[in-house]
Design a protein around this ligand. Structure first.
Ligand code: HEM
Ligand SMILES: *[C@@H]1O[C@H](CO)[C@@H](O)[C@H](O)[C@H]1NC(C)=O
Ligand SMILES: *[C@@H]1O[C@H](CO)[C@@H](O)[C@H](O)[C@H]1NC(C)=O
Ligand SMILES: *[C@@H]1O[C@H](CO)[C@@H](O)[C@H](O)[C@H]1NC(C)=O
Ligand SMILES: *[C@@H]1O[C@H](CO)[C@@H](O)[C@H](O)[C@H]1NC(C)=O
Ligand SMILES: *[C@@H]1O[C@H](CO)[C@@H](O)[C@H](O)[C@H]1NC(C)=O
Ligand SMILES: *[C@@H]1O[C@H](CO)[C@@H](O)[C@H](O)[C@H]1NC(C)=O
Ligand SMILES: *[C@@H]1O[C@H](CO)[C@@H](O)[C@H](O)[C@H]1NC(C)=O
Ligand SMILES: *[C@@H]1O[C@H](CO)[C@@H](O)[C@H](O)[C@H]1NC(C)=O
Length: 530
């Protein structure tokens, strides 16, 4: 127990960046929505950077990355398929659960894609964001940013704690009977299996380095260091080219798994021909509707989860989104509510004013920041990418007495209201992670009939490395709080600290009163460039 909190900490090593406490509608949805929507420009999520441009290989930099001819966007899609492929829907096992992280030594999971992807995703994992949800969002992002459509994204997956004992990812040498039997176990019939494979094999390559049984070693050259043989002539574009080139006998003619020097390794040819090319001809005739077929099948793939896991509702882009909204206490002892409102415009930003009005009637017009962001979403059938604009506010508590919500209004938007509370909160400027220790100070009101500050407690959840997989596990620690000195009237300070294992990503601090979560603060959330 630490009874008093020392301000000396301010003088130590630079504190880690802090994200704030009010998350709408909750931490998981707010953070994942950020990945989905904030793609480029102001406050972009760093997630999109790995696949911008779409032929980027994030694991290497500069010329080696270019010469590698590896494709991160394609790797992400392949990783999701391999995680899914040993699902047994009748038994209710497998599917998207990140168990693939434990299974990289299996011959059926040959290649660098799995650990390459997990290495990039790892810092994004937290108490609220499991690796399995990132695995799914990886496919959604690759397809959406690289020429395909948006696959409606549902969060709520749960990470496996061990390898899936079942195997069965098809390989280039697997017979078509066995391949179809395996797809059947995942709930995909012959037609679905062919179409899903065509959807997958429209981006990326088969690499001679890793698949010498498919691609000749002569493909390896100084400017193609892994000997990539592309599935179609548009390696990093999610389009129907692979289908067209296969049927029309042009370009890459369906890719190395169709044309391999080694007949036994022509798994795509065997699969595509297994119904006499019927499905491939259908996909060919679909033209751009191919994209809808892929959305449908990939969505089924991503939403295949072990029985007992319940996915949450689809995440839709928020047109009005409060970000980093938090109470804090300034160095001169002022209690202030600050944050930003992100407006998402279908096209150009509007010059119309945006107002914030609290439930106690206090109202202000907000001034926008200059820097705009760009989203891959196209809203309201607009042909252009949506634009984000950020409007900051900072308001002393004296003006907000009694306020329990604020409403944002702007022309062309439906007015939206967001709850706030101030009975107790984690104080961001007095809470930090440094030198292996999380130090926390909480403010709790003493003048509320409906709130007993002695009932509050704090837990800390830390993502940490675990053996055999690059997916972190999350460790929970309870924190003892002791009463400290408060500069504020009718508010007590409670402080405590706890040492934690080295975190791989954002550490979350949660303030509870009985069963109720009353505040959450993410520490160190900057690691991934969230
Ligand atoms: C019969 C089933 C399948 C077999 C035998 C198969 C086999 C392969 C092989 C051998 C590679 C080359 C990997 C490398 O060289 O790094 C590959 C790449 C790929 N596969 Fe499949 N695959 C199958 C189905 C699928 C499905 C259903 C999807 C997704 C829905 C998919 C997505 C991908 C992607 C995106 C790549 C490119 C990866 C990269 O460029 O790094 N595959 N596949
Ligand atoms: C929210 O806070 C985080 C952490 O301090 C910061 O990285 C991010 O840029 C902030 N977002 C906005 C929109 O200001
Ligand atoms: C041909 O492919 C089969 C199946 O993938 C493999 O077992 C065999 O070793 C390959 N042969 C050559 C010469 O690469
Ligand atoms: C790659 O190198 C080969 C020779 O090894 C050369 O023929 C080819 O033009 C080069 N391609 C590119 C894109 O630089
Ligand atoms: C299927 O299509 C491929 C590519 O156009 C062609 O080579 C093959 O002969 C066709 N197979 C059948 C059974 O029609
Ligand atoms: C709009 O989004 C697409 C992907 O959907 C992207 O390729 C393009 O670069 C974006 N445009 C701008 C101006 O950022
Ligand atoms: C989209 O259109 C609807 C009705 O046409 C309108 O109410 C809404 O504000 C528009 N949304 C955006 C983001 O422009
Ligand atoms: C992937 O990473 C895990 C965890 O570090 C490791 O155990 C495994 O051997 C790696 N797999 C490959 C193929 O390098
Ligand atoms: C963002 O991602 C890029 C790779 O795309 C990486 O080089 C960079 O370090 C990341 N930024 C942060 C702040 O983590």
């Amino acid at each position: 127990m630490r009874a008093s909190y020392s301000f000396v900490v301010f003088l130590g090593a630079a504190p880690m960046p802090i994200a704030a406490m009010f998350y709408y509608p909750n931490v998981a949805v707010s953070t994942l929505e950020h990945i989905l929507v904030d793609n480029w420009g102001a406050y972009a999520s760093n997630f999109s950077s790995a696949i911008t441009p779409c032929d980027n290989y994030v694991t290497e930099v500069g010329q080696p990355a270019i010469n590698s001819r590896r494709t991160t966007s394609a790797q992400w899609l392949r990783v999701a398929f391999h995680d899914f492929a040993n699902a047994d829907v009748a038994a209710g096992t497998g599917g998207l659960d990140a168990s693939i992280g434990f299974e990289t030594a299996r011959a059926e999971n040959s290649g660098t894609a799995f650990n390459d992807s997990f290495t990039f995703w790892k810092p994004f994992v937290s108490e609220f964001v499991p690796m399995a949800d990132l695995l799914a969002i990886g496919t959604v992002m690759s397809v959406h940013l690289c020429g395909g459509k948006y696959i409606p994204y549902k969060p709520g997956r749960v990470d496996a704690t061990t390898a899936d004992p079942k195997t069965g990812v098809p390989e280039p040498g697997t017979s078509v009977e066995e391949t179809l039997a395996q797809f059947e176990k995942t709930g995909f019939n012959q037609h679905d299996a062919i179409a899903l494979t065509a959807c997958g094999h429209t981006i990326g390559s088969v690499h001679a380095g890793g698949f010498p049984e498919v691609v000749e070693q002569s493909a390896i050259t100084p400017n193609n260091t892994n000997g990539a043989s592309n599935f179609d002539d548009t390696r990093a574009v999610f389009d129907p080219a692979v289908v067209h080139e296969y049927i029309d006998n042009m370009g890459a003619r369906g890719g190395a798994l169709v044309t391999s020097f080694n007949e036994s390794s022509r798994s795509d040819l065997r699969l595509y021909e297994s119904d006499g090319n019927k499905t491939m001809l259908e996909l060919y005739a679909q033209g751009n509707e191919f994209q809808d077929t892929c959305v449908d099948l990939l969505s089924r793939m991503l939403n295949t989860v072990p029985s007992g896991v319940k996915l949450q509702p689809e995440i839709a882009p928020s047109l009005i989104k409060p970000i980093n909204v938090t109470w804090d206490v300034t160095s001169d002892g002022q209690l202030t509510l600050s944050g930003k409102i992100r407006m998402l415009y279908a096209g150009e930003v509007s010059k119309d004013p945006v107002s914030i009005t609290f439930s106690n009637s206090h109202t202000e017009i907000m001034a926008p920041e200059d820097n705009l962001g760009t989203s891959a979403f196209k809203l309201n059938d607009s042909q252009t990418n949506a634009t984000t604009q950020y409007l900051p506010f900072s308001i002393p508590s004296a003006k907000l007495s009694g306020a329990s919500s604020f409403a944002i209004a702007a022309k062309g938007f439906e007015i939206q209201s967001f709850p706030i509370q101030d009975k107790a909160f984690i104080i961001p400027s007095l809470t930090r992670f440094a030198d292996g220790t999380v130090s926390i100070t909480v403010a709790a009101r003493t003048d509320r009939d409906d709130f007993d500050p002695s009932q509050i407690f704090v837990k800390v959840s830390t993502p940490v490395a675990q053996p055999l997989t690059l997916a972190p596990k999350v460790v929970r620690t309870d924190v003892q709080l002791g009463k400290g000195e408060s500069p504020l009237e009718d508010i007590d300070y409670w402080s405590g600290s706890v040492s934690i294992e080295s975190p791989t990503g954002a550490v979350s601090v949660t303030l509870l009163s009985g069963e109720d979560v009353i505040d959450t603060l993410l520490l160190d959330a900057g690691v991934a460039g969230w």
